[in-house]
Design a protein around this ligand. Structure first.
Ligand code: ITT
Length: 189
């Protein structure tokens, strides 16, 4: 199956989560080198848009992941705009700096990561959601992971995703949960 992502960190995580039960083809291997448009107003809409783009171009089974960080004190922002929160590019450091700035002085730091995985198989569409609840820290903590990981402390842990080992993140994360639903669905076919 083609995994429709240009994010190398996601690819590493999904390979680790799914193990060797599925062989994943990257966008580059599938001959898609352009950026896939992500202009939908919802995470689910963007996940479906990415998968449809690949299906229409290649006609091969594929899945895509769209993820957002929803911060309650910011009315759910950055949400579907998580990749382009601070700039038009995927500038992780600028996005984190903006989030810390917006959260200055906020007592309520609750937040969640939400992933929707969209699968297209034989032209039929399916979606799988994964959520992890947590809180936004007041400073960057840890070196692992990517994106907002060093600002997100999952509930039940005293460390951020960037401080926790990758296996721990994958076992409780938004992406881990959504991908395991996808794997279970595929196994039951
Ligand atoms: P693709 O669309 O090519 O898959 P992307 O980086 O654009 O990659 P998303 O739109 O799904 O991915 O993700 C939005 C942003 O949310 C992403 O750029 C990261 O900054 C952040 N993000 C996604 N998953 C994350 C995770 O597991 N931990 C921390 N931040 C994450």
């Amino acid at each position: 199956m083609i995994f429709a992502t240009n994010n190398a960190h996601k690819l590493d995580e999904v390979r680790a989560i799914l193990g060797d039960q599925f062989e994943l083809t990257t966008l580059r291997q599938a001959g898609i080198t352009e950026d896939i448009p992500e202009n939908e107003p919802t995470i689910e809409g963007n996940a479906l848009a990415k998968a449809r783009y690949v299906w229409q171009k290649c006609g091969q089974s594929c899945f895509a992941d769209d993820t957002g960080l929803e911060v309650d004190a910011l009315g759910g922002a950055p949400g579907v705009h998580s990749a382009r929160y601070a700039t038009d590019g995927h500038d992780f450091a600028a996005n984190r700096a903006k989030l810390l700035h917006e959260m200055e002085g906020k007592a309520d730091r609750t937040a969640r990561f939400r992933t929707v995985v969209a699968l297209i198989i034989d032209g039929c569409e399916y979606t799988f959601e994964g959520i992890v609840e947590g809180a936004i820290t007041t400073e960057e903590l840890g070196e692992g992971g990517f994106g907002y990981d060093c600002l997100f402390r999952p509930d039940g842990y005293d460390k951020t995703f960037a401080e926790l080992p990758a296996e721990v993140k994958n076992s409780i994360s938004h992406r881990g949960r959504a991908m395991r639903k996808l794997a279970e669905w595929l196994h039951n076919q």
